[in-house]
Design a protein around this ligand. Structure first.
Ligand code: ZN
Ligand code: ZN
Length: 770
């Protein structure tokens, strides 16, 4: 049992009830990877659209319903005492006004529609009356058709954007500039409609004269060419741009491919961060020639420094093919010479969803792309490998997986595991096993925990690092009867154990990107009220060799969570042994006097316990402080390095340079030679000037005595920015997602290197500032 605790403090952790003991370990040993976690999130409206659940790389989950996209952000909250998941909820409503696609001048369109509706030919009149795209008046569809998350790094904060398609065909892009607040950035339906108008709705932008839409087929074509089916984001592409001073600047762009009902694919290219119309770099239309298209995904492949890209398109009548995508101005990107057909047969088995995963082939020693497409109850897979001989394609179908059609599919992008869910609620896991040339799949059924099993599932989605599987469902049949009222909810199932998560976290680089894994660790530490010794030992061992600030941040996270676990929840506090209000928390317990013997005994025992816990908390508190101050010092050195690189002789900057230098020099714990040398150089540059900060209220000097706050001699107090150490005296400042530090706001006149410093993530928790 002693081996369970490594550090001295936990060994003397007092009573048996507090020390980590056998039952706790048994609890975790008895848990498989699949455990249902609380809370379940209720949706207020019925689910709508295809693949209604999707998880972004920045840990936001979108659930589509008839009134809105419900968004849940998984926050690994260091301030929460609850072991449950912490989810911040927001939503983007579906617009109340119906979107009407434009195909010509309003007056002409109305006249033509009327003439078709009154046509003597019942085929034509019926067609137009029941077509809800051409004729939204006949009862527009209200709800979400599909959503797609961009990769990380697309908005101002470096987070993901949401492309949002409604059932009435409005495609928009949203971002959350402020926490829990969404802004519409672009209306692509409107923008594409305007572009089509300038080219007079011709099929190609080549100046061919338009056909009159008095022809029914032409009218239908004009609608279908702008009716999106699905849209998918590419990964980030970086390209070089020549500046006015002939310097080259790397700029990041991202592509959004929109598949239209007529088989066209519209590829939008946006410069990042995406702001609005001015961020549109280009928009091109590619003819795929796929009839009844139903699904698409990007094919992106890297082979000996060359990047290949294309679009994989599936049809609801069967075929799957890759289309070349030539992106002008994106250097270093190549595409196919001609389309590659992956599955040719029009066997009337619809392609529901396609995923493309990049994997390393251990036998062929190169990257390969694994394409999986859900077709009816089957999975069609295809392995693409580029060798000297050209493109190698291996493909096959996995049959016998489900007995009803697959309604949802999700893939873990790091290991190639694919999860499928069929109409009858069965969830299967496919694990990729490489053979000499291609791959095989190991099939397993996921045994859903009680509370999820037997429900009617509409969508599944795996979290970015496969820590959780989210399931969107409603009640199933009860005694052979359908439920009277349907309640839709999103539930979360663990897909990894905390031990697996801990191992992964050691090799990671960013806490924020791994929030889902981190949450499993938070759960375990809060439940155990101790850090498992293996986690702590492995981390310390790694810190000895690497000393990266990421590992220090992970250590800080462990300690903070441990500290939190020792606080009493409000309900626990109510039930603790009676203690008279006159007694102070520390010491003096014996002087209380009075009361009967039993109560005295109880009190003393309770007090001892409390005192012990408080002492332990104090000790952990000081360890937290030590780690924080290490992180602050490391960041100060980084900031000073930037100051040294970017300033000329004697220059005032937003960084209180002299103060930071003095702070580092005066710190007895700081025996860092490199830092001393750097400070010496900077002092030379400063030429004996000090550039002090002044209080905005009384114009007195603000001394740099504390790295978190500043106080002038008249007692005006200001918080210091955690990134630049400047006193934040403006009206606005930003807070990080976990609210453990603040940062000032960059001004337009600030130089680029200052802006870059202020763009950084929180130095304690890696999350962005809002
Ligand atoms: Zn003052
Ligand atoms: Zn933070």
């Amino acid at each position: 049992m002693a081996a369970l605790c490594s550090n001295s403090s936990s060994e003397k952790a007092g009573t048996a009830s507090e020390a980590p003991s056998g039952p706790e370990d048994d609890f975790w040993a008895g848990q498989g990877p699949i455990v249902l976690r609380d809370p379940a999130i209720k949706l207020l409206s019925p689910v709508s659209g295809v693949e209604p659940l999707s998880w972004a790389e920045d840990h936001r989950l979108a659930a589509c319903n008839t009134n809105s996209v419900s968004l849940m952000e998984l926050v690994c909250d260091i301030h929460s005492l609850s072991q449950n998941l912490v989810l911040h909820r927001t939503h983007i409503p579906v617009p109340t006004t119906t979107c009407e696609l434009k195909v010509g001048s309003e007056k002409d369109v109305r006249a033509v529609k009327e003439s078709f509706a009154n046509s003597k030919d019942p085929v034509v009149s019926q067609m137009i009356m029941i077509d809800r795209v051409i004729n939204p008046q006949c009862g527009p569809l209200h709800g979400v058709k599909y959503t797609s998350w961009s990769p990380l790094g697309c908005d101002k904060l470096g987070r993901c954007l949401l492309a949002f398609l409604t059932l009435d065909n409005r495609l928009t892009i949203h971002s959350s500039h402020l926490q829990l607040q969404w802004t519409l950035l672009l209306d692509l339906t409107e923008l594409y409609g305007e572009m089509l108008k300038t080219r007079k709705y011709s099929a190609q932008n080549d100046g061919t004269p338009p056909v009159s839409f008095k022809d029914f087929d032409e009218l239908q074509r004009r609608f279908r060419m702008q009716t999106p089916v699905r849209m998918e984001w590419s990964s980030l592409c970086s390209m070089q741009q020549v500046q006015s001073d002939n310097a080259h600047k790397d700029i990041n762009t991202v592509l959004l491919a929109v598949l239209m009902e007529n088989g066209d694919v519209v590829v939008w290219q946006f410069s990042l961060p995406l702001n609005g119309k001015e961020s549109v770099v280009s928009c091109s239309t590619i003819k795929s020639g796929v009839s009844s298209p139903s699904a698409l995904t990007w094919w992106q492949y890297e082979h000996s420094g060359r990047k290949m890209s294309g679009l994989i398109i599936g049809s609801s009548v069967g075929p799957v093919k890759i289309l070349p995508v030539n992106i002008k101005a994106v250097k270093g990107y190549f595409t196919l010479r001609q389309p590659v057909v992956l599955w040719q047969e029009s066997d009337q088995i619809p392609v529901h969803n396609i995923k493309c995963i990049t994997l390393f082939h251990p036998h062929q020693k190169c990257n390969c792309s694994l394409v999986v497409a859900a077709r009816g109850p089957y999975i069609f897979w295809c392995l693409l490998l580029i060798s000297k001989a050209g493109l190698n394609v291996h493909n096959s179908h996995i049959t016998g997986l489900h007995s009803t059609p697959i309604i949802s599919m999700t893939a873990c992008h790091n290991n190639g595991t694919v999860l499928t869910c069929s109409l009858d609620g069965k969830v299967k896991k496919l694990t990729t096993v490489f053979t000499d040339l291609a791959v095989e799949f190991k099939q397993e059924e996921i045994v859903l925990p009680e509370g999820v099993a037997g429900r009617r599932i509409h969508g599944i989605s795996i979290s970015p690092n496969s820590a959780y599987l989210a399931v969107l469902s409603n009640e199933g049949m009860n005694n052979g009867f359908h439920p009277v009222a349907l309640n839709y909810q999103v539930q979360f199932i663990t897909f990894k154990t905390p031990d697996e998560a801990a191992a992964k976290m050691l090799d990671a680089h960013c806490l924020f990107r791994n929030s889902d894994l981190l949450d499993l660790l938070r759960w375990r530490i809060l439940k155990d009220k101790s850090i498992p010794s293996a986690y702590e030992n492995n981390l310390e061992e790694k810190l000895q060799t690497s000393g990266s600030t990421y590992l220090w941040r992970l250590k800080l996270f462990f300690l903070r969570t441990l500290h939190k676990s020792m606080q009493k929840t409000p309900s626990e506090a109510l039930w603790q042994p009676r203690r008279r209000s006159g007694q102070s928390l520390v010491g003096d317990g014996d002087e209380g006097g009075g009361g009967d013997e039993d109560e005295m005994m109880e009190d003393r025992q309770g007090d001892a316990e409390i005192r012990e816990r408080e002492e332990r908390m104090k000790e952990i508190g000081s360890r937290i402080e030590a780690v924080e101050s290490h992180l602050i010092r490391e960041n100060m050195k980084k900031v000073l390095g930037e100051v040294y690189l970017h300033t000329c002789v004697t220059q005032n900057t937003r960084v209180p340079t002299k103060g930071v230098c003095d702070f580092l020099t005066n710190d007895p714990a700081n025996e860092d030679r490199a830092a001393k040398v750097l400070i010496g150089h900077i002092m030379n540059k400063m030429n004996k000037q000090t550039f002090p900060e002044y209080c905005a209220l009384c114009k007195e000097i603000l001394p740099f005595t504390d790295c978190k706050r500043a106080e002038c001699k008249n007692g005006h107090r200001w918080l210091r920015c955690a990134l630049s150490y400047q006193a934040c005296q403006g009206v606005t400042y930003r807070r990080c997602l976990l609210q453990d530090s603040i940062a000032s706001v960059a001004e337009p006149e600030d130089s680029d290197w200052i802006k870059k410093i202020l763009q950084g993530p929180c130095i304690f928790c890696d999350s962005p500032f809002y």
